[in-house]
Write a protein that binds this ligand. Structure first.
Ligand code: KIV
Length: 274
């Protein structure tokens, strides 16, 4: 089953995502702009407009400074730039934690102003009531457990989770509770492999890993990380498929040299009277 969209191409749906459980791994990637979304659309099942944009695009120190307006502007651009992928937008820190009602108000605004297909919120057990509240009111929710970037202050940094028996059972419980609450899938971030494997085997909705091994039902990654365009922080789980930063620097240097040497613009770039 597919959801309708304004174009003739239909987008991936929550049903088709759920049906991928245990089958062909789901390909998920972040995008924050229309051109990038357009480039990824043929290959990604899910495009996430992640609040990682705060660090990657805006140079902010963490995701905590990201606003609902930022998410809406970038979410709308990604929806405009794509036709097929299922678009998920992150709800930023402080916009959903206070109460399920607050979460609904933010999610409704984000969905209606961007045209996205679902929202993602961070947290397991603590967010179960909120996930259930949203799902029962027509808002598809992607959960996010393990390392929670919005809670780095509480978790003691951006650390791998699940190394102790206590955290292992906490993370497993988070996954079970989110499934029960109605999430259509769960992002598992920076968690030791055997926990991701256990969760993936024991729940009926897809798990999407980032630093959680190949045992998950799909993978998600920050595009700029795999393209070599963001080097402030390079986690172990990132594989670089390209190294664009030096190429971009070199291109801009060549442009600057040409301008200073009066080699650009050339005759072919100028307008003349016939
Ligand atoms: O904000 C983000 O990009 C994310 C992914 C890393 C899962 O939440």
């Amino acid at each position: 089953m597919t959801q309708s969209s304004t174009s003739s191409v239909s987008r991936t749906s929550t049903d088709s995502i759920k049906l991928r459980k245990g089958k062909l791994p789901l390909v998920c990637i972040t995008a924050y702009s229309a051109p990038m979304a357009g480039l990824f659309d043929d290959y990604a099942d899910i495009i996430l407009v992640g609040d990682s944009l705060g660090m990657v695009l805006y140079g902010l120190p963490s995701t905590l400074q990201v606003s609902v307006e930022m998410m809406i502007n970038h979410g709308a651009a990604v929806v405009r730039g794509s036709q097929k992928a299922f678009i998920v937008v992150d709800l930023p820190f402080g916009s959903y934690q206070r109460s399920p009602k607050d979460a609904f108000i933010t999610a409704q605004k984000v969905m209606s102003e961007t045209g996205c297909n679902a929202i993602k919120i961070e947290g397991g057990k603590a967010m179960a009531e909120t996930v259930n509240f949203l799902v029962n009111r027509g808002i598809p929710v992607l959960g996010h457990i393990g390392m929670l970037p919005q809670s780095f202050n509480q978790l003691g940094g951006y650390r791998v989770r699940g190394k102790t028996e206590e955290t292992e059972s906490e993370i497993i419980q988070d996954a079970n509770i989110l499934e029960e609450a109605g999430a259509f899938g769960i992002v598992i971030e920076s968690v030791v492999e055997h926990i991701a494997e256990k969760i993936t085997k024991n729940i009926s909705i897809p798990t999407i890993g980032i630093g959680a091994s190949v045992k998950c039902d799909g993978q998600i990654i920050v595009a700029e990380d795999i393209l070599g365009m963001f080097s402030d922080f390079e986690p172990k789980f990132v594989k670089k498929y390209a190294n664009l930063s030096p190429l971009i620097s070199k291109a801009v240097k060549n442009y600057a040299d040409d301008v200073k040497d009066r080699k650009f613009p050339g005759k072919e770039h100028c307008y003349y009277k016939k």
